[in-house]
Design a protein around this ligand. Structure first.
Ligand code: 3Y8
Ligand code: NAP
Length: 249
């Protein structure tokens, strides 16, 4: 009997949740609880951390989970690392469900950096109009460069002061579109975009607009996570979980 844990928070995780629900699979979906009102999923959903590796081990045992799909964001390195350790301890099968990194194409003006501090260092000294398309958790790193005119895009309206004196906040959750991102970047007169190499389609629009408008992009490489087998598309994941006839029986 296959009982599945889906670690979510991405477009891919939501697509998998729908496919599993349509097939009547015995599965549970998991959010960290980072946002105030996450998109509802068509699977039983738990919200909040597990309590480190030991907490996840206890959850896997208590819930008799037999397969885990880590469909978290490529920058959710701690969750992915904990999942590798916990699945190994309990002897539960694990696959990562992850989109490929974006690659610069013709006309792109990308500067590749290895992490957030590399992105800060790559900014010019001269006052620039910078779209920090990296959410909320890493904003304080940019407080060493307060001179810029920042544009921030957050999932939830901030409840505390932001660490940047000159910043404009847009509250929006993706997936984003070319037309809305083009309007946003044109209005802000963005000169530089700082982006994580998330991959996938949900946050891609800003990069296509950057190419069209000749905007520079500082692209942050993905953090390292312990190796696990990665599946790149939904069909592969569903196949690994057993075709529809095996699900839910
Ligand atoms: C809580 C669940 C779906 C999933 C949608 C994807 C696409 C839209 C693009 C920009 C970049 C950013 C951010 C982003 C994207 C998808 C996907 C994706 C980037 C939600 C969600 C949760 C989160 C957490 C949130 C982080 C933040 C990062 C915003 C829901 C909407 C910037 C990543 O306020 C905070 O603390 C936000 C934290 C982690 C990164 C950060 O450091 O701030 N995602 N995003 C998940 C949980 O609790 O487990 O609220 O509905 C999910 C999505 N965000 O179902 O369609 O697949 O990537 N998310 C980045 O790429 O840099 C926005 O603005 O251009
Ligand atoms: P992270 O730094 O890798 O994880 C920090 C802790 O958050 C984990 O150790 C775990 O707590 C908890 N956690 C993370 N994801 C969880 C999940 N899906 N279910 C239950 N607990 C979870 O994680 P993050 O980068 O903050 O990402 C948090 C969530 O936002 C994930 O769902 C991720 O897919 C989504 N997201 C992140 C980004 C990003 O840029 N980082 C972008 C888009 C979406 P315990 O140790 O207590 O178990």
């Amino acid at each position: 009997m296959t009982r599945i844990l889906v670690l979510g928070g991405t477009t891919e995780a939501s697509a998998l949740a729908k496919a599993l629900a349509d097939r009547g699979a015995d599965a549970v979906f998991s959010y960290a609880g980072r946002t105030r009102s996450p998109v509802a999923q068509p699977l039983p959903t738990r919200i909040g951390g597990f309590g480190g590796v030991d907490g996840l081990v206890a959850f896997l045992k208590r819930e008799s989970i037999t397969k885990v799909v880590d469909a978290t964001h490529p920058f959710a390195a701690q969750m992915s690392s904990n999942t590798v350790a916990a699945c190994h301890k309990v002897g539960v099968e694990l696959r990562g469900f992850e989109r490929a990194p974006w690659k610069a194409g013709i006309g792109d003006r990308w500067t590749d950096v290895s992490d957030i501090s590399g992105a800060v260092a790559a900014l010019p000294k001269a006052v620039s109009r910078v779209f920090l398309a990296i959410g909320k958790q890493n904003l304080s790193a940019f407080s060493v460069a307060p001179q810029h005119r920042y544009l921030l895009r957050l999932v939830d309206a901030p409840t505390t002061d932001l660490p940047l004196p000159n910043c404009e906040v847009v509250v929006d959750r993706g997936p984003f579109t070319m037309s809305s991102d083009k309007a946003l970047l044109s209005r802000h007169k963005t000169q530089i975009i700082v982006s994580k190499n998330a991959g996938g389609s949900g946050a891609r629009a800003k990069l296509d607009v950057a190419r069209e408008l000749g905007i520079e992009v500082i692209m942050i490489a993905r953090p390292k996570v312990p190796s696990r087998m990665i599946l790149g598309d939904l069909d592969q994941v569903l196949h690994w979980l057993g075709h529809s006839a095996d699900l839910g029986v």
